[in-house]
Ligand binder design. Structure first.
Ligand code: ATP
Ligand code: MG
Length: 421
């Protein structure tokens, strides 16, 4: 594949001025090819991209001509062109190459088929298609989700993003699930959709198996909330939703997938690069649900456990301090203990048969080790009141909506997450 110049920015290649001169390179892309880039790990290593000729898109979002976009450290993306283009890359990416092998035609056809279903449902006065992504880790589920939503937004649709990935979610802090109404394509620099119209549900762990019952309870109430939104907003109703899921597809992870599909009554499951999962879902989901196998893109980058951990840390930091270079400055204020109630959720509790007295015990205590008259009860979605003087060091703390009652607090959207140590 041809590339043009490779020079040091100064006269023509950069903004000169205060920044030290940086290398830049023009990449000429032929039609239906993509430039794959990986930004370096180090903070402060700037990579800028600029479209200087033709048309291009980044995971469904159109790239504006002659505008510079900065990539965050560790960011991995592909600049795809349908008709050919030239992209200028300033700085020194860790990885940069052009690929002619992309599944974009299949992804575009999938988008067209989903939108035809939207038209059909709209005529029938029914909720638009509910599409779920499934597949192992690092197959491009979140990327395809973003692409389908951005394409839909470019057609003027307003589908919902339902993010059930509690480990690498894209909307709030790790351990949360969310429903987000998408009205515009994702931002190229951050990779995110506008989060203003989002409903975030706190789950508090990074895998569904930590408290499967709580996970399924939250998913069920998200599905109910999505249906309510469809009744209230015709644009949401015709847009339907695209559901992102965790990459864990064995055992309890598979059960979580099936539960999400059932709760949202999904019409289509797009299975990325996993033949057995396709067959299993065909067997276990209703015959009305279409299971469509799709290939993964060769550009998807596998991420290490350490990389994921750092991503989660970044997401928490970003929640409190904003996007780089951390524009927000959280401040603390005091709240009287008498004004708040502190509860623990999802702990195993023991109950005295006669007194119905609840207290927290170690989760792994076997029934045989309990004192006479005590029995274990499933506290997965139970609320247990904590002594206010106890340190809140054990888990993610979530603020619940003021009007939620004790019974439904487990499945009520969060009002926010306080910073605690
Ligand atoms: N065509 C591509 N070229 C370059 N990078 C890509 C491409 N497609 C995806 N990526 C990158 O690969 C990484 C993994 O993709 P993605 O997050 O979509 O996978 P996933 O299946 O959702 O992973 P997980 O199981 O962790 O949720 C992301 O950083 C994404 O930006
Ligand atoms: Mg993902």
């Amino acid at each position: 594949m041809t590339t043009l110049s490779y020079q040091v920015a100064g006269a023509g290649g950069g903004d000169g001025g205060e920044r030290p001169p940086r290398k830049w390179k023009d990449w000429a892309l032929e039609r239906e090819t993509e430039l794959r880039l990986e930004a370096p790990d180090q903070e402060g290593s700037l990579i800028d991209i600029k479209l200087v000729r033709g048309t291009a898109e980044v995971f469904g979002t159109e790239v504006a001509r002659n505008q510079s976009y900065s990539l965050c450290p560790r960011m991995k993306l592909a600049i795809f062109t349908w008709h050919g283009c030239t992209v200028r890359v300033e700085g020194e990416p860790q990885v940069a190459y052009i690929s002619e092998e992309t599944p974009m035609i299949m992804y575009l056809n999938t988008h067209i088929a989903v939108d035809q279903l939207r038209h059909r449902r709209e005529k029938e006065g029914q909720i638009g298609p509910r599409v779920m992504l499934a597949g192992a880790t690092d197959v491009g589920k979140s990327t395809l989700c973003r692409l389908l939503l951005s394409y839909a937004a470019r057609l003027g649709r307003q589908p919902c993003l339902v993010d059930c990935d509690v480990g690498q979610g894209s909307v709030s802090i790790p351990g949360s699930l969310c429903v987000l109404s998408v009205e515009r394509p994702a931002d190229i620099e951050t990779g995110e959709f506008n989060k203003q119209a989002s409903l975030v549900y706190s789950y508090g762990a990074t895998t569904p198996s930590d408290n499967f019952k709580l996970y399924t309870t939250v998913v069920t109430s998200m599905a109910a909330m999505f249906r309510e939104r469809c009744t209230a907003r015709p644009a949401t109703k015709s847009g339907g939703c695209v559901i992102n899921t965790c990459g864990w597809v064995e055992g309890q992870g598979y059960n979580a997938l099936v539960h999400v599909a059932e709760a949202f009554e999904v019409d289509v499951v797009l299975v990325l690069d996993h033949e057995r999962l396709t067959l299993d879902l065909q067997r276990d989901l209703p015959k009305t649900t279409e299971i469509v196998p799709l290939p993964k893109s060769g550009g998807v980058v596998a991420r290490t456990r350490e990389f994921r951990r750092r991503n989660r840390e970044d997401a928490v930091r970003e929640y409190f301090y904003g996007k780089r270079p951390h524009l927000l400055s959280p401040f603390s204020f005091e709240v009287a203990f008498s004004d708040i109630q502190i509860c623990k959720i999802g702990v195993m509790v023991t109950q005295h048969r006669r007194q119905h007295f609840l207290f927290i015990s170690a989760p792994a205590v076997p029934q045989s080790a309990l004192p006479l008259g005590m029995e274990k009860v499933d506290g997965s979605v139970l609320l247990v009141h904590e002594e206010p003087t106890k340190q809140l060091s054990h888990t993610i703390v979530s603020l619940s909506m003021a009007n939620s009652t004790e019974e439904d607090v487990a499945s009520t959207p969060s009002a926010g997450f306080p910073l605690h140590h």
